[in-house]
Every structure is written in C-alpha cells, then in structure tokens.
Design a protein around this ligand. Structure first.
Ligand SMILES: CC(C)(COP(=O)(O)OP(=O)(O)OC[C@H]1O[C@@H](n2cnc3c(N)ncnc32)[C@H](O)[C@@H]1OP(=O)(O)O)[C@@H](O)C(=O)NCCC(=O)NCCS
Length: 180
C-alpha cells in the first residue's frame, strides 16, 4: 500500500513536512538522547533500539496521515536540519486526538515547541476539522505542560493512562476559534 501524501506547513521559523528516508540518522540521534526520550513512551529503556525505533516511528508517522492529520518532521528553515517532530496522533484504543512534539536538545528553550504546537492545532481545527484536541504529560515534564498551556489547552485533571497518572489538557474547536 502506498503512503498517503503529507501536507507541508510553514511556520515563521520551521517547515513541518513528511519524514524522509534521509531523516533517519538525525532522528535516531534524537531518539538516542536520554533527555529527549525521558518522558516519551518507553523512555530511556528503548535507547539501545534507537535505530529501529526511529525507522518504525518514521514509517508509522507517515502512514498515520491516512486519517487526514498526523505527525510531521520539523525542519529548521535556516539550516535545513531536522530538529524535531510535531503534530497530531490518535490515542491508542480511543477517539481522542493528541498534540505531540519533541525537539533535539540544542533547540530547546527557543519557543520552537510553542510555534509547532500552535501550527498543529491550527491544522487540526482549520484543515482536518477536528472537534477537540487533547494533550497528556507526566507531572515531572514541566516544560511540556507549559507548552500545552501556552498553546491554549486547559487542564482537565489527572488521568490514568497506560498505568501512569498523567496530567490531561484539552481544547475544543470552539475554544480555539474564540482565542486565536
Ligand atoms: C517539552 C519540549 C518539547 C519543550 O520544547 P521547547 O521548544 O523548549 O519549548 P518552548 O521554548 O516553546 O517553551 C514553551 C513554554 O514552556 C516553557 N518552558 C520551556 N522549558 C521549560 C522547563 N524546563 N520548565 C518549565 N517551563 C519551561 C517556556 O518558558 C515557555 O513558556 P513561556 O511562553 O511562558 O515562557 C522539549 O523540552 C522537548 O523536546 N522535550 C523532550 C520531549 C518531550 O518531553 N516531549 C513532550 C512529551 S509529552
């Protein structure tokens, strides 16, 4: 089966596009950085398998666009480097759509996640026609919780997810339209 086309979205400083085969080395390096994967599913335990994880995530992200939304490779406009991932994904065994983002460490603290999360929400509501987008973070991941808050999601309390207590956030299409 052929992979679906992935729409490209440009933000002020980044290009959100489909992952390519030549992203594999840079994406593997991200998945092998303990600080980047600490709060991602599987965490540091998966670092020995970073190459395989990178290949399978790239394939799954591209395939996921069949739903009309998905996760992009994030490229820096100036350097052309792959600097992260961002986008929307359906939570396993549910109808909920989650906003996701992760950046290589040198790019942290420069408003990149905020810029990418805003672009993902805009795409989800204005192009994909979603009604609601959620976000989940472990309580220790203060940076990610802040990204969700500055992107306009509101807290919906603590939720049990895959055996963990996570902080839940959500924004509806109506709330998005009112605030952006
Ligand atoms: C979480 C992550 C994506 C944040 O990316 P970032 O580009 O550094 O975030 P931004 O610079 O856009 O910051 C957004 C907000 O978070 C705040 N923030 C950033 N790092 C923070 C930290 N360590 N503690 C508290 N707040 C933080 C920023 O100050 C900013 O808030 P402000 O607008 O009120 O100043 C990045 O740390 C990362 O890739 N982490 C590893 C992967 C990950 O955990 N992904 C999320 C899984 S749920």
């Amino acid at each position: 089966m052929s992979t679906p086309p992935v729409p490209t979205v440009e933000t002020e400083r980044m290009i959100l596009r489909g992952f390519r085969d030549d992203d594999h080395a840079a994406y593997t390096a991200m998945r092998a950085d303990p600080e980047v994967v600490r709060y991602l599913i599987g965490g540091e335990a998966l670092i020995p398998f970073a190459e395989e994880i990178a290949a399978s995530r790239i394939a799954a992200f591209n395939e996921g666009w069949r739903r009309g939304y998905g996760v992009w490779a994030v490229e820096d406009r100036v350097t052309g480097q792959l600097i992260g991932q961002a986008g929307l994904a359906r939570l396993e065994r549910s109808e909920h759509v989650e906003v996701l983002y992760a950046f290589a460490k040198p790019w942290w603290g420069r408003g990149r996640a905020r810029e990418a999360a805003r672009a993902a929400l805009r795409f989800g509501f204005e192009t994909a026609g979603l009604d609601r987008i959620v976000g989940f973070v472990v309580p220790e991941n203060a940076a990610s919780a802040r990204v969700l808050e500055v992107a306009g999601l509101r807290s919906i309390g603590t939720i049990e997810y895959n055996g963990f207590s996570v902080l839940g956030y959500a924004i509806t299409a109506e709330e998005w339209r009112r605030t952006s």
